[in-house]
Design a protein around this ligand. Structure first.
Ligand code: AFP
Length: 276
């Protein structure tokens, strides 16, 4: 199966990524196309994935949060990747991840052209969550091999957590009002890497948001590399995603590195937000 081949390549790379992280925590004194400062590890992981993924006959295009333009190698699926999501967490030894979206179209394109998505979480143990063919599964990555942990994951019915990015004085009045109501009911959990924050929502239920900010109406997160794959996973697990208006999967970014506000989680919580 061509999609499983892509998942396996990502899993096989996880042990070397973990191994190299300790020696590549320094800055590379460069910025990625959306202006984040890059660590040596960001560039190293991007090069590793580009090489391995484009070797697959089924993949024809590789795009990454860490490089300006796409790389092509003929016909096939397009893979969009955030090689090290939350790399600023490396210095403080908090969690980081790898996010991947597999599209049946050249990029940029609508999230409706995703056919699979996955992430690796480099936590106390390395896990991988995949969404494909209507089902979300979680694995332990054991020496590069995928060992099943949970199959057919759905968001817990009773939400428990919330995590909101950005500073409060930069939130819009509408989002502030929403946050007030959520805070009284659920526990705060914010780790600063999208993947660890989303994995908590998938595990315990709740809502994660990186909202539109007054200083940045499109928020911080990138549509193709972060929002689309996360929305695909959360929606396949029975949750909802939104940019405040429509599902994140309905967004067709004009440019590869466009950003979007992001709200994902239990259906009821995302609906409340959209109805404000
Ligand atoms: P870095 O890769 O620069 O650490 O950014 C991570 C990220 O894109 C995403 O993983 C987080 O959800 C978000 O930024 C955290 O942003 P804040 O630092 O503003 O909380």
């Amino acid at each position: 199966n061509m999609i499983e081949d892509i998942f396996n390549i990502i899993a096989k790379s996880a042990p070397s990524i973990r191994h190299e992280l300790s020696t590549r925590r320094g800055s590379s004194n460069t910025q990625n196309p959306t202006g984040d400062s890059q660590l040596a590890a960001d560039i190293w992981a991007d090069n590793l994935f580009a090489e391995k993924i484009l070797e697959l006959d089924s993949v024809g295009l590789y795009a990454s949060e860490e490089r300006e333009n796409v790389l092509t190698s003929g016909d096939g699926f397009s893979v969009a990747i955030d090689p090290l999501d939350g790399s600023s967490n490396l210095l403080s030894n908090n969690m980081i991840g790898t996010i991947v979206g597999v599209y049946d179209s050249i990029l940029p394109t609508s999230g409706r052209n995703l056919i699979a998505a996955a992430y690796v979480l480099y936590g106390p143990i390395t896990t991988m969550v995949t969404a494909y063919s209507g089902s979300v599964n979680e694995y332990v990555v054991d020496q590069g091999n995928l060992r099943p942990l949970r199959k057919g994951i759905t968001l817990p019915k009773k939400p428990q957590l919330y995590g909101f990015g950005g500073t409060e004085n930069d939130w819009t009045p509408k989002f502030k009002k929403y946050a007030e109501s959520i805070r009284n009911e659920f526990k705060p959990r914010y780790g600063g890497s999208l993947i660890s924050d989303v994995n908590q929502i998938l595990t315990y239920g709740g809502i994660f948001a990186y909202p539109a900010l007054i200083s940045s109406p499109t928020g911080k997160l990138r549509t193709l590399f972060e929002a689309h794959p996360v929305a695909y996973i959360i929606e396949t697990a029975g949750g909802l995603s939104s940019n405040g208006d429509v599902s994140l999967l309905d967004l067709s970014p004009e440019n590869l590195h466009d950003r979007t506000p992001l709200y994902v989680g239990n259906k009821t919580l995302i609906e409340e937000l959209s109805n404000l």
